[in-house]
Design a protein around this ligand. Structure first.
Ligand code: AP5
Length: 225
């Protein structure tokens, strides 16, 4: 059983960013974390780091990520639980990309409950599918971690990072077939979590279609409300 009472003053808020691939969870999560001084935990980023480092988790996740399918729950729950346990309880946390299944949502409640914490707010970022596909197809990554978009935020020189001069990369799962799978997996497996959090009175909708600054303002207001 999870607790529904408010956390004590020492315990940092836990906010979940929910939304389709490409809706802006990463872009907004990084910015929100910086502004509020909270940790931004992106399970996609953690998996990509594990892959780059050649870690066993990265190798296990690769076959699922490349085709756009979900990495098995037991791996993801172990990863997230380890990260949360290593964090001071007073640290505010923005979860980006977790939970994505009912099993992950229950495991999150259990992990937080052990620390006397709970999910305080779930923000559903929304945008129509053609917008998502355009954003994903335009995404380019610098090895430095900076994210560009050829449609909305292009580098000064085509294909080259403004900061480091390195060539920009495509994410391996941003190919059209993997994107189709990711969108379908979101609709079938992750979107049903909306009902779970709505029932608990935790869900807030934020329109993800506007410019990055506009979405940030709405998100900040939703988190602080
Ligand atoms: P993950 O990395 O979480 O990918 P995702 O959910 O598919 O989300 P994206 O990173 O594509 O999009 P985003 O919403 O973060 O958008 P972004 O801000 O980048 O997961 C990858 C894979 O890892 C999964 O498919 C799965 O295999 C595995 N995985 C991860 N977590 C898992 C879990 N819990 N369980 C099981 N498997 C898991 O923006 C996209 C682009 O749009 C960027 O170019 C950005 O610059 C641009 N943009 C953003 N906002 C705007 C705006 N307002 N206007 C214009 N452009 C914008």
């Amino acid at each position: 059983m999870h607790r529904e009472e408010a956390p004590s003053r020492e315990q940092g808020p836990v906010v979940v960013l929910l939304g389709s691939p490409g809706v802006g969870k990463g872009t907004q999560g990084v910015r929100l974390g910086r502004e509020l001084g909270w940790a931004h935990l992106s399970t996609g980023d953690l998996l990509r780091e594990a892959r780059s480092a050649g870690a066993p988790l990265g190798k296990a996740a690769q076959e699922y990520m490349d085709v756009g399918r979900l990495v098995p729950d037991e791996l993801m729950v172990a990863l997230l639980s380890e990260k949360l346990a290593a964090m001071p309880e007073e640290q505010g946390v923005i979860l980006d990309g977790f939970p994505r299944t009912e099993a992950q949502a229950s495991a999150l409640d259990d992990a937080l409950d052990k620390a006397g914490r709970r999910v305080g707010r779930v923000v559903l970022l929304d945008a129509p599918e053609p917008v998502l596909v355009k954003r994903i197809s335009g995404r380019r990554l610098s090895p430095s971690g900076r994210v560009y978009n050829v449609h909305y935020d292009p580098p000064h020189r085509d294909g080259i990072c403004d900061d480091t001069g390195e060539p920009l990369l495509h994410r391996s799962d941003d190919r059209p077939d993997a994107v189709r799978t990711r969108l379908a997996v979101y609709r079938e497996t992750t979107a049903p979590l909306v009902g779970r959090y709505e029932q608990r009175g935790l869900l807030v909708h934020v329109d993800g279609q506007g410019a990055i600054d506009e979405v940030h303002g709405a998100l900040l207001a939703a988190v602080k409300a």
